[in-house]
Design a protein around this ligand. Sequence first.
Ligand code: PLP
Length: 218
Amino acid sequence: MAHHLQEVIARIEKARIAYSRHQVIKLVAISKYWQDSQILELYHGGQRAFGENKVQDLKSKSELLDEYPIQWHFVGNIQENKINALIQLKPALIHSIDSLRTAQAFQMRLEREGKVQKALLQINSSREESKSGVDPQMAKEIYLQIQESCPNLILEGLMSIGAHTQDQKEIQKSFEITQKIYETLPNAKVLSMGMSGDFEIAIACGANLVRIGSALIE
Ligand SMILES: *Cc1c(COP(=O)(O)O)cnc(C)c1O
């Protein structure tokens, strides 16, 4: 078993310098395809932030690796009946709030339990049916509505998945749409874009958090 953490970090660094020497970029390793032993390999390589896309997997892996100071993220589609379970797991950041309705469902439960939760609003910038997220044209309004009506859900920025295509220009365009919205938001500080196949393009579009799975362990 071999991982490619150093190679991926070197590629992120190269893209970061090309974008701006002042940029700070966080790597969240998406561990959804991995066994605990593979997560630990990366952990021993120095990686501390990991992300899962299913509530059940987040629960089982975070409980199994409870003794390690790992920061867990949630990046998957949100089903309303899993919100309570997700809140109990206290992820560092939920990347995938996909509507005002979802945000309000969190708010109701968070308020009841006296908790707060950091989150990002997901933008469907490629407007693909298969993807969750809000329409780019509605995004700013929805973001501000959530900030106003959901005080226990702390919005810190945006998440987006690049267009599902080999066409680099199309992918870039989809990231630029999210970047433009991000730049208009007051106090937003996290722009979560870029996966194994497109993180360099995302960094060139201002991403400051990349979510990488398969490129780390093949
Ligand atoms: C799986 C997943 C990733 C990582 O994908 P790779 O192509 O394996 O790097 C990133 N973000 C989300 C939302 C995912 O579901």
